[in-house]
Every structure is written in C-alpha cells, then in structure tokens.
Ligand binder design. Structure first.
Ligand code: FAD
Ligand code: N01
Length: 536
C-alpha cells in the first residue's frame, strides 16, 4: 500500500535550509513536511563524516540568526566547528522547534511532476508514496550529490572504498593499513591530515595541486563568545553587508597600488589571522591577474618553506589563479608531506590509469593499497536536482531545460516549472557565501512570497521567460569580468565529464543580490507571472 498525502508545501532536504523552511512555514499556518533520503537531519553534516570534517566559516557566524534565544543559548566550543558539533546543533534545532513530527527520513524523492490543472506538484518517493503539494521547495543542497568518477576497474578493488561525502557512521580504523586518497580538494585536505596520523602509509593521488591556507583553529573562550553574543545583531548586520556574508571586510585597495613588500606584509597578516578571509587583503585578487599573482607567489613560498623534500614541494605548488577554485583550509596540510609515511603521486594528464584488485595505477606504476578514499567532490549545484525526474509545464523535464546549463530567475524559480522553488540554487550567491545567512535569506523570501500568494488567492507563480533570460545574462556578464573562468572548478561544472561549462553561482555579491530580491518582492513579484484561480 502506498500513501498519498496532501500538503501546502513539500520540502525536499532536511539540512539547514529544509529545517528552517519547515519552521517558518509551520509558523505561518501552512501544512508542510520535510523529506530526506538520510536517516537523520543535518544534510551536509549528516553525510560528510570523514576524519577531520569541519566547517571553514567560524562557528559564531555559521549559525542561524533567526531566533535570538537559539543564538544566545547554543555554546560553540571551537573557532571552527567540527562536523559532530554542527550535527549536534542541527539536531538541537529540530528538538527545540519540535520539527520532528513533520520530518520524514529515509525517504528519497525520485520524481516531481507538475499537474497544470490542479496547479500542484505530484511528488513520488522511492517507495512509491505520493505527496500532492501546492508548492514544492527543493532544499536539496548544492554539495549533496557525491561525485564518483568512473574509474576503470573500481569495482575490482579488493579493499574498502569510501567517499568523503558518504562516510560510514561507525568509526573507520585505518591503523596499520596502506591508504590511498584520490583528490586534493577541501575534503581531501582535511581527511589527509587526520588519516596520515593513523595509517601505516598514506598515498595521495593529486590531479591539481591546491591552495591551502592555515585555519589556526583553537578553543573558543567563553568570554569571547559572550562578547559576540552581546553584539550579535550589529555583527550579523555588518556581515550581511560584506560580499559573502562573512565576518571579514575586504580592504578596498588594489594589491597593485602598494609595493610588493607592503602587499606581502598584509598577506602575512591575513595568513596569521587564519581562514578563507585571507584573500580579503586587497580588492582585486579576483579580477586582476597581476594582483592575483602576488597572492599566488605568497602561498607558493609558504609551501617551499614548509615542505622539506624539494621534489614533493614542487609537486605541491599550485599554478592556477588563487581563489578560482575554492580555497581550502588546513591545519599543517603541507607539513603532512614531511612525514615518512606519506607520499604524493602527481597523476598524469589522463588522471588515474586504472584501479586494480591491489591498488591504483598511475602512469604505469601500481601503488598497492588496503583502502581507497575518494575525495572526488560533488556534482555541485545542479546534481541533486538532476537526479530527480522533475517535470514542469507540458511535461518539460528540468534536465532538458538545463541541458546547456542552469537557467532560472534569481536562483529561486525556473520558467516552465511553476510553484517550484530552489533554495540556494544556481544563479544565487549560495556557495560563494557563508551559507547560513544565505539560506536564511532564501527561506524568508520564499515564506514571504507564499504568504503573499495566499493572501491574494494566487494559485500559480512562475518566473517569466524574459526575466529569467535577463537574470542569466546579467549573472554571466558579472562572472565574465572575474578570473573564475580561468580554471577547471566545480563552480563551472568542470569536475563532471559532459557537464556544460557555466559559472553557476551568482558572483555579484550578497548586498546587491539581497537588494534585487527585495525590490522584486516590493514591486509585487516583478518578473513573475502570478495567476489567480479564475485566471488559470
Ligand atoms: P544540504 O545540507 O546539502 O542538505 C540537503 C539534503 O537534501 C541532504 O540531506 C540530502 O540527503 C537531501 N536530498 C537531496 N536530494 C534528495 C532527494 N532526491 N530526496 C530526498 N532527499 C534529498 N558552507 C559554508 O558556508 N561554510 C562551510 O564551511 C562549509 N563547509 C562545507 C563542508 C563540506 C564537507 C561540504 C560538503 C559543504 C560545506 N559547506 C559549507 C556547504 C554546505 O553544504 C552548506 O553550508 C549547508 O550545510 C547546506 O545546507 P542545505 O540544507 O542547503 O543542503
Ligand atoms: O571536492 P572538490 P571536495 N581523477 O571538487 C579531484 C566544500 N567543502 O569534496 O581539482 C582524479 O573540491 C579533484 O581534482 P581537480 C567546499 O565548498 C568545504 O573536496 O578537479 N582526481 C579535486 O582535487 C568545497 O570546495 C570544506 O583536478 C579527481 C578533488 O578530487 C566543496 O565542498 C571541506 C577526479 C575534488 O575536490 C567540495 O570539496 C570540504 C578524477 N577523475 C568540502 N575527479 C571546508 O573546509 C575529481 N578529482 C569547509
């Protein structure tokens, strides 16, 4: 027997976006439910349990701002919160706001079809259960669809295989074993540092060397926490005015307007302060190749100073534009390669040759391994949506509509798919920002919008094609002025073979994006088609 449930809104995903969306809509009297494929809440922090997993936005800022009591009562223990601590926080939020009765876990959405006559979504789960919901809200995450490259021979590998984004719940023991890690992105950087301490031998297979800045993580003293809490509204408001909703302001000066020595002095200051705010030292690292080169050289010198074996140091030197791929945070990442039990393999042009029962083959040499860790990232931003068979007006599939890259209005709604919202979707600042304020912004915009539609008895809302085209054109124009197209990043879909090469997040910054969203709402949801019961 399959169940059929009628709701005002179905929310797919029980990460921070889905949890807050549920809380908000329930508070407004809507019937809403969250479903998630996972067996717990927390999204990213439920799935990514690999050793060393940690946030690189400081805990006091990577937290909800919508509820003052929550903000005041929760105690963080470290400057950067670890995955277990963030997961406890997500569970605390679900407890505190009594969200559990409307959360359905272990439920994967496989399809969502728009019923034009009823102006509602018919959403089907893997077990054949159906939800009929006026609104379908995709809180499916930007980095939730794990990317496992099709390595030749992967199935034949005799040892254990782990993906960082699908890590087992029980502790994985690496003691006395030969471990291979494929990838050197942010997940790999964190995992490598930890696995190296435990494994008999760790071999890292690197395709592209990474820029890793020091985190300088530390315990968070109670006094420091109290002081921030006392000033939270002002601090949050200041962060909202920065490009990405972070707690560090960009120095509005060109790196080229100062001498090389002065530039280095400031970069060193930024490095010692710790964190991804390192690139806020000057305002043109993202735009000027000459300015960027100064920051690149600074990090390359750090690597040369740290890594003792010159050959290994040379392999670790990144040569792409710094900040083009996301910066990674480390705690002694480069120094890890000074350990006798760690070796680095630079993969050839074609990547891994193949995987055998015994290990990994690169450029003809076989590296024997007991376990393999795939730190190969995600089919980012569109992957989770593409894995659902979403059909809008006239049976148009989202996969077809987005085959040349994602197109939508404000990252929130797609022409041809009425009453379907995406939280932190492509076309919005999302992954370029501190995701917590960004999620809150989208949730509040969507909630206000649903209230507006209810008050005016509007049954259908859809992004107009011309508004969508205008937004995509604007987003592409802004991105083309930056250096972001100069490397093969997941922001461009370059990590997934066959994915169209489009810069997916909106890079115009949070303040202007917030202003645009507010202006659109104020003008009665300009750029959207709103249809009342009689008009449909
Ligand atoms: P998610 O947390 O990804 O949740 C989405 C949920 O949707 C998942 O639980 C998934 O199971 C579910 N889902 C997807 N498809 C379906 C389906 N078809 N059916 C049912 N359920 C489905 N951001 C920062 O701002 N700072 C950081 O330091 C930072 N660190 C990160 C570290 C890692 C390892 C990763 C992977 C991401 C990190 N991020 C960081 C980004 C992070 O994803 C966001 O901060 C935030 O957690 C996203 O929340 P979300 O609710 O939007 O999505
Ligand atoms: O994934 P990635 P990630 N053969 O795509 C390599 C957030 N995050 O999980 O660079 C060989 O960055 C790939 O190589 P290349 C953060 O937003 C944050 O690490 O494509 N190698 C790369 O080295 C981050 O950006 C934290 O040449 C292959 C690696 O695998 C995002 O999540 C921690 C390959 C993938 O790196 C994703 O990070 C973790 C192949 N076929 C994650 N395919 C924080 O610290 C891929 N690679 C907060």
């Amino acid at each position: 027997m399959h169940s059929e449930t009628r709701l005002d809104a179905l929310i797919v995903g029980a990460g921070f976006a889905g949890l807050y969306m549920l809380h908000k809509l329930r508070g407004m009297g809507f019937s809403a439910r969250v479903v998630d494929a996972a067996s717990g809440v927390g999204g990213t922090w439920y799935w990514n349990r690999y050793p060393g997993a940690r946030c690189d936005v400081e805990s006091m800022y990577y937290s909800y701002a919508f509820d003052e009591d929550l903000e005041q009562e929760w105690e963080w223990t470290e400057r950067y919160p670890s995955q277990p601590e963030i997961l406890r926080y997500a569970n605390h939020v679900a407890d505190r706001f009594d969200l559990w009765p409307d959360i359905q876990l272990e439920t994967r959405v496989v399809s969502a079809a728009y019923d034009e006559a009823a102006a509602s979504w018919r959403v089907t789960t893997g077990t054949g259960d159906v939800f009929d919901a006026r609104f379908c809200i995709m809180a499916t995450g930007c980095l939730s669809a794990a990317n496992t490259p099709e390595f030749d021979g992967l199935d034949e590998f005799g040892g254990r295989v782990f993906h960082t984004g699908r890590w087992p719940h029980e502790r994985v023991d690496f003691a006395g074993r030969r471990i291979g890690v494929i990838g050197t992105g942010s997940s790999a950087v964190q995992a490598i540092q930890e696995i190296a301490r435990e494994a008999a031998h760790l071999t890292v297979f690197q395709r592209t060397a990474a820029y890793v800045v020091e985190a300088f993580n530390r315990p968070l003293p109670a006094a420091e926490q109290r002081e921030i809490k006392a000033n939270y509204p002002a601090i949050r408001a200041a962060a909202r005015k920065t490009f990405g909703g972070f707690n560090r302001m960009t120095n509005e000066q060109s790196a080229l307007s100062v001498s090389e020595e002065e530039c280095r002095r400031r970069l060193e200051e930024g490095w010692q302060a710790g964190g991804i705010g390192f690139l806020t030292a000057y305002n043109d690292f993202g735009f000027s190749e000459a300015a960027n080169m100064r920051a690149q050289e600074f990090v390359r010198d750090k690597i040369r100073e740290t890594v003792k074996d010159p050959e290994t140091a040379e392999k670790l030197l990144p040569h792409h534009v710094i900040g083009c791929k996301r910066l990674s945070l480390g705690t002694g990442y480069y120094a890890t390669y000074n350990r006798a039990n760690v070796s680095l393999v630079q993969l050839g042009e074609g990547g891994v040759d193949r995987i055998t029962a015994e290990g990994v083959v690169s450029e003809g040499a076989e590296y024997r391994l007991d376990d393999l860790v795939l730190a190969t990232g995600f089919d980012a931003m569109t992957g989770a949506l593409a894995r659902i068979d979403i059909r809008g007006r006239g049976g148009l599939t989202l996969r077809k509509a987005w085959e040349a890259g994602p197109r939508n209005y404000l990252g929130l709604m797609v022409n041809g798919f009425p009453n379907l919202f995406t939280i932190t979707g492509p076309g919005s600042p999302s992954v370029l920002s501190n995701m917590m304020p960004t999620i809150e912004h989208h949730v509040e915009w969507i909630a206000d919008c649903l209230g507006y539609l209810r008050d005016r008895k509007i049954r259908e809302m859809e992004a107009r094609l011309e508004a969508q085209d205008g937004w995509v054109e604007h987003a592409n124009a802004v991105a083309s002025k930056t250096l972001r197209y100069s490397c093969s990043s997941w922001y461009l879909g370059a990590n997934v073979p066959g994915k169209p090469r489009v810069f997916m997040p909106y890079i115009g910054g949070m303040p202007s994006y917030r202003e645009k969203c507010a202006a659109v709402a104020m003008a009665g949801y300009e750029g959207f088609r709103l249809a009342t019961a009689t008009a449909v």
